[in-house]
Structures are given as structure tokens and as C-alpha cells.
Design a binder for this molecule. Structure first.
Ligand code: THU
Length: 137
């Protein structure tokens, strides 16, 4: 369970991170914020590149922050973007999150004014491949 205050703090952190987006090519700014197992919030924005495939999603930036701060689990996530449809994590970022999160990890999807949707990671990435698959049998 993620309490309301924590959700609001996560969403606020993702909105603030989005302000830092470097998106001169898509002009599509995204912010993400992740709650770690110690209750700390780590945030990131998308960082694009003139060599387009080298661009980095907001979730990847936030994950780098979490790992560098010594975090090892993601217990809740918020993603903020502005579009007609709620801005959900891309497929690659669902897998990135999967490395550090359980299937029941909540993912809050918001824009600048409201939370527009809530999913679990398991809903976004069902029957996923993860670290357990690499354990010897
Ligand atoms: N983007 C993210 O940062 N996160 C997502 O999950 C969806 C897409 C970014 C990548 C690119 O910089 C821009 O949004 C347009 O695709």
C-alpha cells in the first residue's frame, strides 16, 4: 500500500523532474519518480540525443539515481507526461523497472494537474522475464 501523501509526493517529484527534461527533438517532456525500500524518492527526466537511439527515458534516469543512492528496490513509481492518453512507461522501461520491483508495484500515471491512471507493474508487463529466470535449476 502506498498512502495518499506518498503518492502526492511521488507525483510532485515527477512533475518537478519533468521540468528538467532535455527533449529538443521530440519536445515531449517526461518526469519519473521512484520510491525505494528506504522510503526515499529518486527522480529523473528524459534526456534525448542528436543520435536519436541514444536518448534515455525519464524512468531510466530515475533508476540510475536510485541505484547510485544505494537503493535496490522500487516500491512505487510515478510517471508524468502531457498527452491525450495517460503517459505510461514504454516497454523498455517496464522491463527496467521489473529488475527492481515486484508484480504488485503500483505505477501512478499523472499529468500536470491530476493522477490519470494507476496500474501495477504486473498489469503493464505480464508474464515477465526477470532475475529469477537466471537462477540455476
Ligand atoms: N519517454 C520517457 O521518458 N518515458 C516513457 O516511458 C515514454 C517515452 C520519452 C522518450 C523520448 O524522449 C520522448 O519521451 C518521446 O518518446
Amino acid at each position: 500500500m502506498t498512502d495518499d501523501t506518498t503518492v502526492q509526493r511521488l507525483v510532485a517529484a515527477a512533475r518537478a523532474a519533468r521540468e528538467h527534461a532535455y527533449a529538443p527533438y521530440s519536445h515531449f517532456a517526461v518526469g519519473a519518480a521512484l520510491l525505494d525500500e528506504q522510503g526515499r524518492i529518486h527522480a529523473g527526466c528524459n534526456i534525448e540525443n542528436a543520435a536519436y537511439p541514444q536518448s534515455q527515458c525519464a524512468e531510466a534516469t530515475a533508476l540510475g539515481q536510485l541505484v547510485m543512492a544505494g537503493g535496490r528496490r522500487v516500491v512505487a513509481a510515478a510517471v508524468v507526461g502531457v498527452a491525450a492518453q495517460p503517459v505510461t512507461p514504454c516497454g523498455g522501461c517496464r522491463q527496467r523497472l521489473r529488475e527492481f520491483a515486484d508484480d504488485d508495484m503500483p505505477v501512478w500515471v499523472a499529468d500536470l494537474s491530476t493522477v490519470r491512471a494507476q496500474y501495477t507493474l504486473g498489469q503493464l508487463l505480464p508474464a515477465s522475464f526477470g532475475p529469477d529466470h537466471l537462477e540455476p535449476r
